[in-house]
Write a protein that binds this ligand. Structure first.
Ligand code: SIN
Length: 512
Protein backbone atom coordinates (compact mmCIF):
# COMPACT_ATOMS: atom_id res chain seq x y z
CA UNK A 1 0.00 0.00 0.00
CA UNK A 2 1.39 3.38 -0.94
CA UNK A 3 -0.08 6.37 0.83
CA UNK A 4 0.80 9.94 0.04
CA UNK A 5 0.61 12.15 3.03
CA UNK A 6 -2.78 13.97 3.14
CA UNK A 7 -1.11 17.30 3.67
CA UNK A 8 0.95 16.88 0.52
CA UNK A 9 -2.15 15.82 -1.43
CA UNK A 10 -4.08 18.83 -0.18
CA UNK A 11 -1.26 21.17 -1.13
CA UNK A 12 -0.99 19.69 -4.61
CA UNK A 13 -4.71 20.16 -5.17
CA UNK A 14 -4.65 23.73 -3.86
CA UNK A 15 -1.67 24.61 -6.01
CA UNK A 16 -3.36 23.25 -9.13
CA UNK A 17 -6.48 25.33 -8.51
CA UNK A 18 -4.44 28.47 -7.89
CA UNK A 19 -2.35 28.00 -11.02
CA UNK A 20 -5.45 27.32 -13.10
CA UNK A 21 -6.87 30.63 -11.92
CA UNK A 22 -3.60 32.35 -12.84
CA UNK A 23 -2.98 33.24 -9.24
CA UNK A 24 0.44 32.82 -7.77
CA UNK A 25 0.07 31.64 -4.20
CA UNK A 26 2.43 33.47 -1.86
CA UNK A 27 3.71 31.47 1.08
CA UNK A 28 2.33 32.44 4.46
CA UNK A 29 4.32 35.22 6.11
CA UNK A 30 7.42 33.77 7.77
CA UNK A 31 6.77 30.26 6.51
CA UNK A 32 9.21 28.66 4.08
CA UNK A 33 7.72 27.46 0.82
CA UNK A 34 7.06 23.73 1.04
CA UNK A 35 9.33 22.91 -1.95
CA UNK A 36 12.33 24.16 -0.01
CA UNK A 37 11.90 21.64 2.76
CA UNK A 38 13.82 18.38 2.69
CA UNK A 39 11.61 15.52 1.64
CA UNK A 40 11.54 12.57 4.02
CA UNK A 41 9.66 9.36 3.27
CA UNK A 42 8.44 7.27 6.20
CA UNK A 43 8.33 3.57 5.27
CA UNK A 44 6.13 1.96 7.91
CA UNK A 45 6.22 -1.74 8.80
CA UNK A 46 4.31 -1.77 12.09
CA UNK A 47 5.55 -2.61 15.59
CA UNK A 48 4.71 -1.10 18.96
CA UNK A 49 4.91 2.42 17.58
CA UNK A 50 1.73 1.64 15.64
CA UNK A 51 0.31 -0.29 18.59
CA UNK A 52 -3.14 0.05 20.09
CA UNK A 53 -3.10 -0.27 23.87
CA UNK A 54 -5.88 -1.58 26.11
CA UNK A 55 -5.89 1.69 28.03
CA UNK A 56 -4.06 5.00 28.13
CA UNK A 57 -2.01 3.75 31.06
CA UNK A 58 -1.24 0.33 29.54
CA UNK A 59 2.34 0.17 28.32
CA UNK A 60 2.84 -3.56 27.92
CA UNK A 61 -0.53 -4.89 26.82
CA UNK A 62 -1.35 -3.83 23.28
CA UNK A 63 -1.76 -4.96 19.68
CA UNK A 64 1.33 -3.97 17.69
CA UNK A 65 1.02 -2.76 14.11
CA UNK A 66 -2.49 -1.34 14.24
CA UNK A 67 -2.60 2.34 13.25
CA UNK A 68 -1.75 3.45 9.70
CA UNK A 69 1.38 5.61 9.54
CA UNK A 70 -0.34 8.39 7.57
CA UNK A 71 -2.68 8.93 10.55
CA UNK A 72 0.23 8.94 12.96
CA UNK A 73 2.20 11.48 10.92
CA UNK A 74 -0.93 13.63 10.75
CA UNK A 75 -0.87 13.76 14.56
CA UNK A 76 2.54 15.44 14.36
CA UNK A 77 1.29 18.30 12.21
CA UNK A 78 1.87 21.18 12.02
CA UNK A 79 5.18 20.77 13.87
CA UNK A 80 6.75 18.10 11.64
CA UNK A 81 5.77 20.04 8.53
CA UNK A 82 7.88 22.97 9.69
CA UNK A 83 11.12 21.14 8.90
CA UNK A 84 10.24 18.34 6.49
CA UNK A 85 7.96 17.51 3.61
CA UNK A 86 6.85 14.06 4.76
CA UNK A 87 5.24 11.34 2.71
CA UNK A 88 4.38 7.80 3.75
CA UNK A 89 4.74 4.31 2.31
CA UNK A 90 2.81 1.74 4.33
CA UNK A 91 5.00 -1.29 3.60
CA UNK A 92 3.20 -3.46 6.15
CA UNK A 93 1.72 -3.28 9.63
CA UNK A 94 2.78 -6.11 11.91
CA UNK A 95 5.23 -7.08 14.58
CA UNK A 96 8.89 -6.98 13.57
CA UNK A 97 9.43 -10.71 14.17
CA UNK A 98 6.89 -11.68 11.52
CA UNK A 99 8.86 -10.42 8.52
CA UNK A 100 10.63 -12.89 6.25
CA UNK A 101 13.98 -12.45 4.56
CA UNK A 102 12.14 -12.26 1.23
CA UNK A 103 10.21 -9.30 2.66
CA UNK A 104 13.50 -7.76 3.76
CA UNK A 105 14.52 -7.93 0.14
CA UNK A 106 11.33 -6.06 -0.88
CA UNK A 107 11.97 -3.55 1.87
CA UNK A 108 15.38 -2.75 0.40
CA UNK A 109 13.76 -2.14 -2.99
CA UNK A 110 11.11 0.07 -1.38
CA UNK A 111 13.70 2.15 0.46
CA UNK A 112 15.84 2.53 -2.67
CA UNK A 113 12.82 3.59 -4.68
CA UNK A 114 11.82 6.19 -2.08
CA UNK A 115 15.36 7.58 -2.02
CA UNK A 116 15.18 8.32 -5.75
CA UNK A 117 12.92 11.27 -4.91
CA UNK A 118 13.35 11.82 -1.20
CA UNK A 119 16.30 13.21 0.70
CA UNK A 120 16.03 10.61 3.44
CA UNK A 121 13.99 7.59 4.49
CA UNK A 122 12.73 6.77 7.98
CA UNK A 123 11.74 3.12 8.43
CA UNK A 124 9.48 2.38 11.37
CA UNK A 125 9.56 -1.17 12.76
CA UNK A 126 9.01 -3.07 15.95
CA UNK A 127 12.00 -2.85 18.24
CA UNK A 128 12.43 -6.60 18.78
CA UNK A 129 14.32 -7.15 15.54
CA UNK A 130 14.86 -3.52 14.58
CA UNK A 131 18.62 -4.00 14.78
CA UNK A 132 18.34 -6.74 12.13
CA UNK A 133 16.14 -4.60 9.87
CA UNK A 134 18.72 -1.83 10.28
CA UNK A 135 21.78 -3.95 9.52
CA UNK A 136 20.10 -5.58 6.55
CA UNK A 137 19.39 -2.15 5.06
CA UNK A 138 22.89 -1.00 5.93
CA UNK A 139 24.32 -3.92 3.96
CA UNK A 140 21.99 -3.75 0.97
CA UNK A 141 20.72 -0.22 0.23
CA UNK A 142 22.67 1.23 -2.70
CA UNK A 143 22.21 4.89 -1.85
CA UNK A 144 24.26 7.30 0.24
CA UNK A 145 21.26 9.27 1.51
CA UNK A 146 20.30 8.87 5.17
CA UNK A 147 18.27 5.82 6.19
CA UNK A 148 16.99 5.90 9.75
CA UNK A 149 15.18 3.22 11.75
CA UNK A 150 12.85 4.15 14.56
CA UNK A 151 9.98 2.73 16.58
CA UNK A 152 8.71 2.83 20.14
CA UNK A 153 8.70 0.93 23.39
CA UNK A 154 5.21 2.07 24.30
CA UNK A 155 2.11 1.90 22.11
CA UNK A 156 0.85 5.05 20.39
CA UNK A 157 -2.74 5.27 21.64
CA UNK A 158 -5.70 3.37 23.03
CA UNK A 159 -8.43 4.76 20.81
CA UNK A 160 -10.06 3.63 17.58
CA UNK A 161 -7.78 5.98 15.64
CA UNK A 162 -4.24 7.21 16.20
CA UNK A 163 -5.66 10.58 17.20
CA UNK A 164 -7.75 9.32 20.11
CA UNK A 165 -6.76 8.45 23.66
CA UNK A 166 -3.00 8.84 23.32
CA UNK A 167 -1.06 6.58 25.68
CA UNK A 168 0.35 8.52 28.61
CA UNK A 169 4.09 8.94 28.08
CA UNK A 170 4.07 7.24 24.67
CA UNK A 171 7.51 7.54 23.12
CA UNK A 172 6.39 6.91 19.53
CA UNK A 173 5.39 10.47 18.60
CA UNK A 174 8.69 11.94 19.79
CA UNK A 175 10.74 9.16 18.19
CA UNK A 176 8.98 9.62 14.84
CA UNK A 177 9.33 13.40 14.97
CA UNK A 178 13.05 13.21 15.82
CA UNK A 179 13.82 10.50 13.27
CA UNK A 180 12.32 12.69 10.54
CA UNK A 181 14.27 15.64 11.92
CA UNK A 182 17.48 13.62 11.70
CA UNK A 183 16.72 12.62 8.12
CA UNK A 184 15.90 16.19 7.15
CA UNK A 185 19.17 17.39 8.70
CA UNK A 186 21.18 15.19 6.27
CA UNK A 187 23.78 14.88 9.01
CA UNK A 188 24.15 11.13 8.51
CA UNK A 189 24.68 11.29 4.74
CA UNK A 190 27.09 8.45 3.89
CA UNK A 191 26.71 6.86 7.34
CA UNK A 192 24.65 4.01 5.90
CA UNK A 193 21.70 3.05 8.07
CA UNK A 194 21.39 4.39 11.60
CA UNK A 195 18.88 3.78 14.37
CA UNK A 196 17.33 6.66 16.29
CA UNK A 197 15.30 5.99 19.39
CA UNK A 198 14.99 7.76 22.72
CA UNK A 199 16.88 10.75 21.22
CA UNK A 200 20.00 8.62 20.61
CA UNK A 201 21.59 7.85 17.25
CA UNK A 202 23.34 4.47 16.82
CA UNK A 203 25.13 2.73 13.95
CA UNK A 204 23.07 -0.13 12.49
CA UNK A 205 26.00 -2.54 12.64
CA UNK A 206 26.73 -1.99 16.29
CA UNK A 207 23.42 -1.31 17.98
CA UNK A 208 21.46 -3.91 19.91
CA UNK A 209 18.31 -4.08 21.96
CA UNK A 210 19.51 -4.24 25.53
CA UNK A 211 16.35 -4.30 27.61
CA UNK A 212 12.90 -5.83 27.22
CA UNK A 213 10.87 -2.80 28.25
CA UNK A 214 12.89 0.34 29.01
CA UNK A 215 12.63 3.33 26.69
CA UNK A 216 16.44 3.51 26.55
CA UNK A 217 16.63 -0.09 25.37
CA UNK A 218 19.05 0.45 22.46
CA UNK A 219 22.73 0.38 23.28
CA UNK A 220 26.00 0.21 21.39
CA UNK A 221 28.28 -1.72 23.70
CA UNK A 222 31.98 -0.77 23.78
CA UNK A 223 31.60 2.05 21.25
CA UNK A 224 28.63 4.12 22.38
CA UNK A 225 26.12 6.15 20.43
CA UNK A 226 27.02 8.21 17.37
CA UNK A 227 25.09 11.19 18.65
CA UNK A 228 21.88 12.46 20.11
CA UNK A 229 19.08 14.93 19.52
CA UNK A 230 18.23 17.60 22.08
CA UNK A 231 15.00 19.27 21.06
CA UNK A 232 15.69 20.68 17.62
CA UNK A 233 19.48 20.23 17.88
CA UNK A 234 20.94 17.21 16.15
CA UNK A 235 24.40 16.33 17.52
CA UNK A 236 26.46 13.80 15.58
CA UNK A 237 29.88 13.35 17.15
CA UNK A 238 31.04 9.97 15.84
CA UNK A 239 30.70 8.16 12.55
CA UNK A 240 30.95 4.63 11.17
CA UNK A 241 34.34 4.15 9.46
CA UNK A 242 32.47 3.74 6.19
CA UNK A 243 31.95 7.49 6.02
CA UNK A 244 35.60 7.94 4.95
CA UNK A 245 34.76 6.28 1.63
CA UNK A 246 31.89 8.67 0.97
CA UNK A 247 33.25 10.12 -2.27
CA UNK A 248 34.44 6.74 -3.46
CA UNK A 249 32.51 4.01 -5.26
CA UNK A 250 33.86 1.62 -2.66
CA UNK A 251 31.36 3.18 -0.28
CA UNK A 252 28.74 0.89 -1.80
CA UNK A 253 28.56 -2.68 -0.54
CA UNK A 254 28.82 -5.59 -3.00
CA UNK A 255 25.29 -6.65 -2.00
CA UNK A 256 23.24 -5.02 -4.74
CA UNK A 257 20.14 -7.20 -4.59
CA UNK A 258 19.18 -6.26 -8.15
CA UNK A 259 22.09 -8.42 -9.32
CA UNK A 260 20.46 -11.50 -7.83
CA UNK A 261 17.40 -11.25 -10.00
CA UNK A 262 14.73 -13.56 -8.64
CA UNK A 263 17.15 -16.13 -7.24
CA UNK A 264 16.07 -17.40 -3.83
CA UNK A 265 18.10 -16.25 -0.88
CA UNK A 266 19.99 -18.97 1.01
CA UNK A 267 19.14 -19.97 4.57
CA UNK A 268 21.52 -19.20 7.39
CA UNK A 269 20.92 -19.89 11.07
CA UNK A 270 22.39 -19.28 14.53
CA UNK A 271 23.50 -21.98 16.97
CA UNK A 272 23.70 -20.86 20.62
CA UNK A 273 26.29 -22.62 22.78
CA UNK A 274 26.09 -23.36 26.50
CA UNK A 275 27.38 -25.90 29.01
CA UNK A 276 27.45 -29.37 27.44
CA UNK A 277 25.39 -28.26 24.46
CA UNK A 278 24.25 -30.96 22.07
CA UNK A 279 25.14 -31.02 18.40
CA UNK A 280 21.72 -32.04 17.08
CA UNK A 281 20.70 -28.52 16.12
CA UNK A 282 23.68 -28.17 13.79
CA UNK A 283 23.01 -31.57 12.26
CA UNK A 284 19.34 -30.72 11.75
CA UNK A 285 20.17 -27.35 10.18
CA UNK A 286 22.52 -29.09 7.77
CA UNK A 287 19.95 -31.71 6.83
CA UNK A 288 17.40 -28.93 6.27
CA UNK A 289 19.63 -27.38 3.61
CA UNK A 290 20.97 -24.49 5.65
CA UNK A 291 24.09 -23.16 3.92
CA UNK A 292 25.63 -21.19 6.75
CA UNK A 293 25.56 -21.35 10.55
CA UNK A 294 26.73 -18.72 13.00
CA UNK A 295 27.88 -20.13 16.31
CA UNK A 296 27.23 -17.89 19.31
CA UNK A 297 29.98 -19.37 21.41
CA UNK A 298 31.01 -18.82 24.99
CA UNK A 299 33.72 -16.27 25.78
CA UNK A 300 35.84 -15.71 22.68
CA UNK A 301 33.72 -18.13 20.68
CA UNK A 302 34.15 -21.61 22.16
CA UNK A 303 31.58 -24.30 21.52
CA UNK A 304 31.06 -27.61 23.31
CA UNK A 305 32.39 -30.92 22.11
CA UNK A 306 29.23 -32.34 20.53
CA UNK A 307 28.45 -29.25 18.41
CA UNK A 308 32.14 -29.21 17.53
CA UNK A 309 31.83 -32.68 16.04
CA UNK A 310 28.60 -31.74 14.29
CA UNK A 311 30.33 -28.66 12.89
CA UNK A 312 33.14 -30.71 11.40
CA UNK A 313 30.61 -33.00 9.75
CA UNK A 314 28.63 -30.02 8.42
CA UNK A 315 31.76 -28.39 6.99
CA UNK A 316 32.45 -31.58 5.12
CA UNK A 317 28.96 -31.15 3.62
CA UNK A 318 29.82 -27.64 2.45
CA UNK A 319 28.22 -25.59 5.23
CA UNK A 320 30.07 -22.38 6.14
CA UNK A 321 30.39 -21.36 9.79
CA UNK A 322 30.97 -17.99 11.39
CA UNK A 323 32.36 -17.93 14.90
CA UNK A 324 30.94 -15.23 17.21
CA UNK A 325 30.43 -14.78 20.92
CA UNK A 326 27.32 -14.89 23.03
CA UNK A 327 28.85 -12.35 25.46
CA UNK A 328 27.37 -9.42 23.56
CA UNK A 329 30.62 -7.58 22.90
CA UNK A 330 34.25 -8.19 22.05
CA UNK A 331 36.09 -9.76 19.16
CA UNK A 332 36.33 -13.34 17.95
CA UNK A 333 39.45 -13.90 15.88
CA UNK A 334 40.85 -16.95 14.18
CA UNK A 335 38.86 -19.07 11.83
CA UNK A 336 40.01 -21.97 9.74
CA UNK A 337 38.76 -24.41 7.17
CA UNK A 338 35.05 -23.81 6.73
CA UNK A 339 35.01 -21.30 9.58
CA UNK A 340 35.09 -17.50 9.35
CA UNK A 341 35.93 -15.30 12.33
CA UNK A 342 32.98 -13.01 13.07
CA UNK A 343 35.05 -10.24 14.65
CA UNK A 344 32.86 -8.23 16.98
CA UNK A 345 29.67 -8.77 15.01
CA UNK A 346 26.79 -9.92 17.16
CA UNK A 347 25.51 -13.38 16.13
CA UNK A 348 22.26 -12.05 14.66
CA UNK A 349 24.17 -9.49 12.57
CA UNK A 350 26.80 -12.02 11.47
CA UNK A 351 23.96 -14.27 10.33
CA UNK A 352 22.74 -11.59 7.89
CA UNK A 353 26.21 -10.94 6.51
CA UNK A 354 26.70 -14.70 6.13
CA UNK A 355 23.39 -14.96 4.29
CA UNK A 356 24.37 -12.21 1.86
CA UNK A 357 27.84 -13.69 1.47
CA UNK A 358 26.37 -17.06 0.54
CA UNK A 359 24.02 -15.33 -1.90
CA UNK A 360 26.79 -13.40 -3.66
CA UNK A 361 29.75 -15.79 -3.74
CA UNK A 362 30.68 -19.47 -3.84
CA UNK A 363 34.14 -18.64 -2.54
CA UNK A 364 34.57 -18.77 1.23
CA UNK A 365 37.79 -16.76 0.96
CA UNK A 366 35.78 -13.92 -0.59
CA UNK A 367 33.30 -14.21 2.26
CA UNK A 368 36.16 -14.18 4.76
CA UNK A 369 37.38 -10.94 3.21
CA UNK A 370 33.93 -9.38 3.44
CA UNK A 371 33.73 -10.26 7.12
CA UNK A 372 37.19 -8.79 7.72
CA UNK A 373 36.52 -5.59 5.79
CA UNK A 374 32.95 -4.38 5.40
CA UNK A 375 31.82 -6.64 8.25
CA UNK A 376 34.42 -5.12 10.53
CA UNK A 377 35.07 -1.63 9.20
CA UNK A 378 37.74 0.16 11.14
CA UNK A 379 39.61 3.42 10.88
CA UNK A 380 43.17 3.18 9.58
CA UNK A 381 44.94 6.46 9.00
CA UNK A 382 48.43 4.95 8.84
CA UNK A 383 48.79 5.52 5.08
CA UNK A 384 48.39 9.28 5.66
CA UNK A 385 51.23 9.29 8.16
CA UNK A 386 53.71 9.04 5.30
CA UNK A 387 52.08 11.60 3.02
CA UNK A 388 50.63 14.42 5.15
CA UNK A 389 52.84 16.80 7.08
CA UNK A 390 52.43 16.17 10.80
CA UNK A 391 53.30 19.78 11.68
CA UNK A 392 51.59 23.11 10.88
CA UNK A 393 52.37 24.82 7.61
CA UNK A 394 53.28 21.70 5.69
CA UNK A 395 51.70 21.16 2.33
CA UNK A 396 49.73 17.98 1.80
CA UNK A 397 52.07 15.42 0.32
CA UNK A 398 55.15 17.25 1.60
CA UNK A 399 57.92 15.11 3.02
CA UNK A 400 57.12 14.70 6.70
CA UNK A 401 59.69 16.06 9.13
CA UNK A 402 59.93 12.66 10.75
CA UNK A 403 59.29 9.31 9.20
CA UNK A 404 56.34 7.34 10.51
CA UNK A 405 57.24 5.11 13.41
CA UNK A 406 55.58 2.20 11.66
CA UNK A 407 55.78 1.49 7.99
CA UNK A 408 52.53 2.24 6.15
CA UNK A 409 50.62 -0.96 5.68
CA UNK A 410 49.60 -2.37 2.34
CA UNK A 411 46.27 -0.77 1.45
CA UNK A 412 43.51 -3.15 2.49
CA UNK A 413 41.37 -4.84 -0.10
CA UNK A 414 38.51 -2.57 0.79
CA UNK A 415 39.29 1.09 1.53
CA UNK A 416 38.70 2.28 5.03
CA UNK A 417 39.63 -0.97 6.69
CA UNK A 418 42.81 -2.41 8.01
CA UNK A 419 41.92 -5.99 8.43
CA UNK A 420 43.77 -8.98 7.11
CA UNK A 421 43.12 -9.85 3.50
CA UNK A 422 40.87 -12.80 2.96
CA UNK A 423 42.27 -16.17 3.66
CA UNK A 424 45.47 -14.98 5.25
CA UNK A 425 45.20 -16.92 8.43
CA UNK A 426 48.11 -16.70 10.79
CA UNK A 427 50.38 -19.66 10.18
CA UNK A 428 49.32 -22.70 12.07
CA UNK A 429 45.79 -21.51 12.70
CA UNK A 430 43.43 -24.32 13.52
CA UNK A 431 39.75 -24.52 12.73
CA UNK A 432 37.77 -21.93 14.54
CA UNK A 433 38.51 -22.04 17.93
CA UNK A 434 40.42 -23.13 20.82
CA UNK A 435 39.26 -22.45 24.30
CA UNK A 436 37.71 -19.15 25.12
CA UNK A 437 40.30 -16.65 26.21
CA UNK A 438 40.92 -16.47 29.89
CA UNK A 439 38.45 -19.16 30.87
CA UNK A 440 40.98 -21.80 31.70
CA UNK A 441 44.75 -21.82 32.05
CA UNK A 442 46.62 -22.36 28.82
CA UNK A 443 46.55 -25.93 27.72
CA UNK A 444 43.84 -26.94 30.16
CA UNK A 445 40.94 -27.36 27.87
CA UNK A 446 37.82 -28.02 29.88
CA UNK A 447 36.18 -31.35 29.27
CA UNK A 448 33.76 -31.12 26.43
CA UNK A 449 34.92 -27.71 25.26
CA UNK A 450 35.52 -27.32 21.55
CA UNK A 451 38.09 -24.94 20.13
CA UNK A 452 36.70 -21.62 18.92
CA UNK A 453 39.33 -20.03 16.86
CA UNK A 454 42.89 -19.70 17.97
CA UNK A 455 46.15 -21.46 17.51
CA UNK A 456 46.80 -23.47 20.60
CA UNK A 457 44.62 -22.43 23.43
CA UNK A 458 47.20 -20.11 24.87
CA UNK A 459 46.51 -16.96 22.92
CA UNK A 460 42.81 -16.90 22.40
CA UNK A 461 42.58 -13.35 23.65
CA UNK A 462 41.78 -12.14 20.18
CA UNK A 463 45.25 -11.94 18.85
CA UNK A 464 46.90 -10.79 22.06
CA UNK A 465 50.57 -10.63 21.40
CA UNK A 466 50.10 -11.13 17.72
CA UNK A 467 49.35 -7.57 16.78
CA UNK A 468 52.06 -5.88 18.80
CA UNK A 469 55.24 -4.58 17.33
CA UNK A 470 57.28 -6.75 19.61
CA UNK A 471 58.16 -3.81 21.82
CA UNK A 472 61.70 -2.60 22.52
CA UNK A 473 63.90 -0.74 20.10
CA UNK A 474 63.82 2.92 19.21
CA UNK A 475 61.53 4.18 16.54
CA UNK A 476 63.25 4.72 13.22
CA UNK A 477 64.28 8.37 12.81
CA UNK A 478 64.48 10.31 9.59
CA UNK A 479 67.86 11.19 8.09
CA UNK A 480 67.54 14.96 8.87
CA UNK A 481 66.76 14.21 12.49
CA UNK A 482 69.62 11.79 12.77
CA UNK A 483 71.99 14.38 11.28
CA UNK A 484 70.76 17.05 13.69
CA UNK A 485 71.19 14.75 16.66
CA UNK A 486 74.71 13.81 15.56
CA UNK A 487 75.67 17.47 15.17
CA UNK A 488 74.25 18.26 18.59
CA UNK A 489 76.14 15.37 20.16
CA UNK A 490 79.43 16.50 18.55
CA UNK A 491 78.84 20.07 19.75
CA UNK A 492 78.26 18.86 23.30
CA UNK A 493 81.40 16.71 23.11
CA UNK A 494 83.54 19.55 21.75
CA UNK A 495 82.17 22.03 24.28
CA UNK A 496 82.83 19.64 27.14
CA UNK A 497 86.41 19.03 26.02
CA UNK A 498 87.17 22.77 25.71
CA UNK A 499 85.62 23.40 29.12
CA UNK A 500 87.71 20.61 30.71
CA UNK A 501 90.92 21.98 29.15
CA UNK A 502 90.05 25.47 30.38
CA UNK A 503 89.43 24.17 33.94
CA UNK A 504 92.72 22.25 33.94
CA UNK A 505 94.51 25.34 32.78
CA UNK A 506 92.81 27.46 35.45
CA UNK A 507 93.67 24.96 38.21
CA UNK A 508 97.23 24.78 36.95
CA UNK A 509 97.57 28.58 37.08
CA UNK A 510 95.98 28.72 40.55
CA UNK A 511 98.34 26.05 41.79
CA UNK A 512 101.40 27.82 40.58
C1 SIN B 1 7.80 -5.71 17.71
O1 SIN B 1 9.01 -5.82 17.62
O2 SIN B 1 7.07 -5.69 16.71
C2 SIN B 1 7.14 -5.60 19.03
C3 SIN B 1 7.95 -4.89 20.03
C4 SIN B 1 8.19 -3.46 19.74
O3 SIN B 1 7.87 -2.92 18.71
O4 SIN B 1 8.76 -2.80 20.63
Amino acid sequence: MNTTHPRARALTALTSVALAAGVLLAPAAGAAPEEDLPRVTVVATGGTIAGKAQGRDTFTSYRAGTYPMADMVAQLEPEIGAFADVDVVQFGNSGSGGYTIEQYRELTATVEEALEESDAVVVTTGTDTMEEFAYWLDLTVQNRKPVILTGAMRPWAAGETAGEAGVIGADGPANLLQAVRLGASQKTFCFGTVLMLNDEIHAARDVTKGNTTRNDTFVTRQLGALGWIDGASVHVQRAPARVLDCVDEDWFTPFDLDELGSAALPRTEVFYNYQQAGGEAITAFTEAGVTGIVTAGTGAGGISSAPGQARRAAIAEGVWFVSTSRTGSGTVDGGGEGIIAGGDLLPQKARLLLLLSRAFTEDIEQAREWFATLGTPSFDQSALAGTVSPTPGGEPGEEPTTEPTTAPTTPPATPGTGEEPAGEEPAGEVPAGEEPAGEVPAGEQPAGEEPDGSEDGTDTAAGVGGGGSGGGGLPALGAPVQAALTAAALAVLAGGTLYALHRRRTWAVAGE
